[in-house]
Design a protein around this ligand. Structure first.
Ligand code: PEP
Ligand code: MG
Length: 595
């Protein structure tokens, strides 16, 4: 929503707060539509060689851009993510693409733009025909490359993510989780998208990177011009476009206060996470990218509650056992002697399934996802399991299975884990066969039958991002229904209590790794519902610790019991806010207090 519609004036856009904090920077509009590519223009014979030269120069310039981005991403995020760019470089350096385009310029006297678009169009059609989903998925890379070269030929800077300057706020209709993962923290200070929800994977990655983010604005990518000064308020979910002096001053003050608070909290990372009535709560880290382990350790995480491993599959080709072993070992060693829970791949849903052959689906979140893909692809699954069991020799490592909907899946997966361990034993490869195995409770059927599942696993991990969407039938990534996505809905709270009681009765631990933990009201309720292990992204650990230290379990259990009888998420929030006002105020960041 805007207060003013005249371009050039201060304007406020509202969206969904997806990652907290204030960012101030210049807008970089990331648009995915192609520039006018295929000009029918014929070129005169004497211009042909100049046109060939222009084309070669564009290819080289774009390859240079991609190489520089690759280097920067490698420096900031490590080799795993940088591999994404190798695919693009391979295409830019492909002799067939180059020669076919030059041939078109020479024989058909077409412009460089027209010739290149024709070459890429033909190649895309070839790829689309291939009966292999992984190769078909490369069409996205082809389009990306085509776009970059065409924009370069058109004389403009590339409107992709390659040309970022420091203090940039990315404004896009949407970002793929893989694109979000490439954002170099040093250069990008904030993120704004038209679509998406609080728990879509792009938002989760933004939180992991500590990037203030507003999603679901509906209009930002068109309302904002490249170079506009922006304030992103990731706490409130507002974007201030070309703010006036008073607004800018207000937000600069808030940002300064936040930075001061972050510094203070980081000095308190060694304090135990013990409630006022003396109960210890285990605070763990969710990792989306391996390099986050450093901040998790610095912020005093008591282990990794969930390592998402999908990032390994975002690049070109499947990750080898050796690559995975290196990656898991690094994390396990960095966290030792604290445990690391490695979640097996949860591809599907809003994460690309390059890795495996799969036809498009009408409802990807209800389709071939997570454990379903793994059980259908024993080679894919066992490669990952081998790497995990081998990494486990370096420290306490646990296996977490995503998207479990019933007991049979657990039995099948455990059988494959046992087979994998046997294979390693036969081959004489060093490994641990006794890793604990747990399941994500994120599908309502699993929550409802938690009592049965508890007898066959070593731990539960409540994945409320999905549990909420499946229980309430609300897509976690659709801005239009974001208001209905309510983690505090009494139906969700009842399921959580059911799971926590089942795990208590069976004597196995339950942790929670959904994003709702970062909401102070929800974190307090979770304590009251019996959960004693909370896993959050590393930047959020200090704030959650402050809150837990101010809380009292006794009071929360009583309050949580009352909340289960209420009829709406709004009533639950109001009740907790009213009863726990002092606890919430004691742990609230200053930006919210000053608002
Ligand atoms: C969840 O569903 O809560 C969860 C942690 O898994 P993901 O967000 O990766 O689906
Ligand atoms: Mg999930």
């Amino acid at each position: 929503m805007s207060q003013s519609t005249r371009r050039g004036t201060y304007r406020r856009i509202e969206g969904i707060p997806a990652s907290p904090g204030i960012a101030i920077g210049k807008a970089f509009t990331h648009r995915v539509e192609s520039p006018a590519a295929d000009s029918p223009r014929k070129i005169p014979a004497h211009r042909v060689e100049a046109e060939v030269g222009r084309f070669r120069a564009a290819l080289e310039a774009v390859a240079g851009d991609v190489r520089r981005t690759r280097q920067r991403v490698e420096h900031e995020h490590g080799t795993d993510l940088a591999l994404i760019f190798d695919a693009q470089l391979a295409m830019l350096e492909d002799a067939q693409v180059r020669d076919a385009t030059i041939e078109r310029i020479r024989s058909a006297k077409r412009s460089a733009e027209g010739a290149f678009a024709a070459t890429m169009g033909a190649l895309r059609r070839e790829f689309e025909k291939i009966d292999n989903e992984y190769l078909r998925a490369r069409v996205g890379d082809l389009k990306d490359i085509e776009q970059q070269v065409l924009v370069h030929l058109a004389g403009g800077g590339f409107s992709g993510l390659q040309t970022l300057r420091s203090n940039t706020v990315i404004v896009a209709r949407d970002l793929l989780p893989s694109e979000a993962a490439q954002l170099a923290r040093r250069l990008v200070t904030g993120l704004v998208t038209d679509v998406g929800g609080e728990t879509s994977h792009t938002s989760i990655i933004a939180r992991s990177l500590g990037l203030p983010t507003v999603v679901g604005t509906g209009e930002a990518s068109w309302a904002v011009r490249a170079g506009d000064l922006l304030v992103v308020d990731g706490d409130e979910g507002t974007v201030h476009v070309r703010p006036d002096a008073a607004t800018l001053r207000r937000f600069r003050t808030r940002r300064r206060r936040q930075l001061r608070r972050e510094r203070e909290l980081s000095r308190r990372a060694d304090l135990p996470t013990v409630t006022r009535d003396g109960e210890e709560v285990v605070l763990l880290a969710n990792l989306d990218l391996p390099q986050e382990i450093d901040l998790a350790v610095r912020n005093g995480a008591r282990g990794v509650g969930m390592l998402r491993t999908e990032f390994l599959y975002l690049g070109y080709g499947l990750p080898s056992e050796a690559d995975q072993f290196d990656c898991y070992s690094r994390i396990v060693k960095a966290m030792a002697p604290q445990p690391v829970v490695v979640r097996t791949i949860d591809l599907g849903g809003d994460k690309l399934i390059h890795a495996v052959d799969s036809p498009p689906e009408a409802n990807p979140f209800l389709g071939w996802r997570g454990i379903r893909i793994c059980l259908d692809n024993p080679d894919l699954f066992k490669t990952q399991l081998r790497a995990i069991l081998r990494a486990a020799v370096h420290g306490e490592t646990r296996i977490l299975l995503p998207m479990i909907s019933g007991l049979e899946e657990i039995r099948q997966a455990r059988e494959m884990i046992a087979e994998t361990a046997d294979e390693l034993t036969r081959e004489g490869v060093d490994h641990r066969a006794d890793c604990r195995v747990g399941v994500m409770i994120e599908v309502p059927s699993a929550a409802i039958t938690a009592e049965q599942l508890a007898g066959e696993v070593d731990f539960f991990s409540l994945g409320t991002n999905d549990l909420v969407q499946y229980t309430l039938a609300v897509d976690r990534g659709t801005a239009r229904v974001a208001e209905l996505y309510q983690p505090l809905h009494p139906a969700v709270l009842r399921l959580i209590r059911q799971v926590s009681e089942a795990s208590l009765a069976a004597g196995i631990p339950t942790s929670i790794c959904g994003e709702m933990v970062a909401d102070p009201v929800a974190a307090l309720l979770l304590l009251g519902l019996g959960v004693r292990q909370l896993s959050v992204s590393p930047p959020q650990i200090p704030e959650v610790r402050e809150l837990l230290r101010a809380a009292e379990i006794g009071r929360m259990s009583e309050l949580a019991g009352q909340c289960l009888t209420l009829t709406s998420a709004r009533e639950v929030r109001e009740r907790v806010e009213a009863e726990m006002a002092e606890v919430l105020a004691a742990a609230r960041p200053p930006s919210e207090v000053e608002g």
